[in-house]
Ligand binder design. Structure first.
Ligand code: H79
Length: 415
């Protein structure tokens, strides 16, 4: 099949979202009041006056941030293939050197450096695709940008589009190298014609740049699920899920509801087996530090991903296996079915698989494993793989079944 411009994205499977902005300074608390909502919404949630909110810029000084160290770790330790930074979230603040609005990291903060540029250079150095998030409809700083859940009557949205949104998107596409994707979000109020204006702008500058499923009016390049919502069934078209490790995107110092690394690994496998990409978020502090607990989790997930990379990147949607086996998830590529073992066992037993095998091996080191292919007394296909004794108490490893046939043959359950 010819390579499409989405191919890199379909193969990537695992990306890193970075939600970082002035909300990171508030860290989930304003004037002693804590938010129990996503932290980057605090301005809207607590009705913080724009003039007050803008003053936060004077405090933004992430001296601990080193784009090179950050991207190197994301690639080598975490195993992500692309990074998406909030170039501008709903708050309206640009995390790059914008000539269109002075409400940006270079002009308005003591830090004064172009964060997006530093990330771009590091991404190019380490061979990671870069994308950016841009809130195209909501802009709580611009008088004509939309504000969710508020009165937007009397606004001239087209003026905002023409004077802020499109000029900023143009800057981003012209000044930051090859952009993998633009993550537009919450397309409230945007018409089909306005969405098309945005798309035409992007295509005219970088025709290969992908547009998220939330560009507006279902006109993006792939399907984006609801935040943290995983489709139950395989989904054949290109898709992506944006997701959090705790319950917030922007940093919230009170949110310690971290999912375990085991849980994230399980979610990753469910997502990629159903054909999607996992865009997992980190929310750095205003100092530029990813919370320690989050780093530990991503390191552990990254160990799994990098050790089992052949069973992750470039894999294809798996059909519906008829049984739910706790602790087992599947991924696949041509002539291979990967069995991810997430809880201890002494052998893998898979009913209702009708394939013939040419071999079985442990993905992380290629060690050959003993296996049997048979039919049960009921006539169902059955595959058994013996797990070496030293792994009987282990979890989180992956076994490859080498198939004679191109695809797994999942048989229906008979009565
Ligand atoms: O960027 C992240 C979120 O900020 C963004 N999408 C992800 C990727 C997002 N935008 N809108 N939404 C998510 C829907 C959120 C609505 C709510 Fe609220 C925000 C419900 C609770 C907080 C605003 C404040 C509405 C009710 C309270």
């Amino acid at each position: 099949m010819a390579k499409t411009r989405q191919q890199w994205f379909e193969d990537a499977k695992y990306g890193l979202f970075i939600h970082w902005g002035l909300y990171s300074i508030l860290a989930g608390e304003y004037k002693g009041r804590k938010t129990d909502r996503i932290a980057e919404w605090i301005e809207n949630d607590f009705d913080i006056p724009v003039e007050e909110y803008e003053k936060l810029a004077a405090q933004f000084n992430p001296t601990q941030f080193d784009a090179d160290v950050f991207v190197k770790r994301a690639k080598e330790q975490w195993g992500v293939k692309y990074i998406v930074l909030t170039a501008k979230h709903h708050e309206g603040f640009a995390m790059y050197d914008s000539k269109v609005s002075d409400f940006n990291v270079v002009k308005a903060t003591p830090y004064g450096k172009d964060i997006l540029k530093d990330l771009q250079l590091a991404c190019e150095k380490y061979g990671i695709r870069m994308g950016f998030y841009y809130s195209q409809s909501q802009d709580w700083d611009d008088p004509n940008g939309y504000i969710a859940h508020k009165d937007n009557s009397g606004k001239d949205f087209q003026k905002y589009l023409d004077e802020k949104c499109k000029p900023q998107v143009k800057e981003l596409l012209e000044n930051y190298g090859k952009i993998g994707l633009i993550w537009f979000d919450t397309p409230m109020g945007i018409t089909v014609a306005q969405t098309q204006e945005l798309i035409d702008l992007v295509r005219s500058i970088q025709p290969d740049c992908l547009l998220s499923g939330r560009t507006g009016n279902q006109m993006g390049d792939y399907m984006t699920t609801g935040d943290n919502f995983i489709p139950r069934l395989p989904y054949e078209d290109t898709w992506e899920i944006p997701a959090t490790v705790n319950d917030t995107w922007g940093y919230n110092k009170y949110d310690t509801n971290w999912k375990s690394a085991d849980h994230i690994i399980n979610l990753l496998l469910k997502i990629i087996s159903r054909g999607g990409n996992y865009l997992l978020n980190v929310g750095p502090t205003a100092d530029g530090v990813v919370p320690e607990k989050c780093v530990e989790i991503l390191n552990e997930v990254g160990r799994y991903v990098t050790e089992n990379s052949e069973a992750i990147y470039g894999t294809k949607t798996v059909g519906i296996y008829p049984y739910d086996i706790p602790g087992i998830e599947f991924t696949r590529r041509e002539n291979k079915l990967y069995v991810h073992v997430l809880s201890p066992r002494i052998r893998i037993e898979l009913l209702n698989i009708g394939n013939q095998l040419t071999g079985a091996y442990l993905v992380r080191n290629g060690q050959k494993l003993d296996y049997g292919v048979m039919r049960t007394c009921e006539g169902d296909g059955k595959i058994e793989v013996e797990i070496p004794e030293e792994l009987h108490n282990a979890k989180n490893y992956c076994v490859c079944l080498e198939l004679v046939e191109k695809e797994p043959i999942f048989e229906a359950i008979k009565g």
